[in-house]
Design a protein around this ligand. Structure first.
Ligand code: FES
Length: 168
């Protein structure tokens, strides 16, 4: 079940395009943004809304790594550990990031649900290695100092959002 706002957004996109296939990526994105990841039920719902087969829609979700079928933390930190980044210390950076967040070396989600850390392949910003994206926004030339500043800022952001939510 989507929020009213997301449902309206979805309807608006669907009504804009005569070919509903063109709307599948933005439609899936709206649902994922709202729910953090896509369940089988979400995929079925989008397929039905767009008159596509569930298999076809599932294949699209599986093809694009931006779509997620597992819950993630509020902040998804994807660290590139591909060769050019690795040559600039991305592997070690990744290990230290996991350690800093109390995660196992392979990454995962913090118990408070705030951070999910995972390794990814080239993010196409090799000249600014080591690189990561946080909820799809790039952060470049990472160091342990920038890592700590980013974590502190995200914690602060999340606390503020919780505070704002409590006051609403
Ligand atoms: S190898 Fe990391 S951005 Fe290309």
């Amino acid at each position: 079940m989507l929020s009213e706002v997301a449902q309206q957004e979805l309807n608006q996109i669907v009504s804009k395009y005569p070919d509903r296939r063109s709307t599948v990526l933005p439609a899936l994105h709206i649902v994922q943004r709202e729910k953090n990841y896509l369940t089988d039920e979400d995929i079925r719902m989008v397929a039905e809304a767009l008159d596509l087969s569930v298999t076809e829609t599932q294949a699209i979700v599986g093809f694009y790594s931006l779509f997620r079928q597992q819950p993630t933390g509020r902040y998804l930190i994807q660290v590139c550990t591909d060769l050019p980044c690795a040559l600039r210390g991305a592997g070690e950076f990744y290990q230290r990031l996991c350690q800093r967040l109390g995660l196992p070396p392979q990454g995962g989600t913090t118990p408070d649900g705030l951070f999910t850390v995972e390794e990814v392949v080239c993010l196409a910003a090799c000249d600014k290695a080591p690189v990561a994206q946080i909820n799809l926004e790039y952060t470049e030339q990472l160091t342990d100092e920038t890592r700590d500043a980013i974590i502190a800022e995200l914690r602060q952001q999340s606390a503020k959002a919780a505070e704002d939510g409590a006051q609403a």
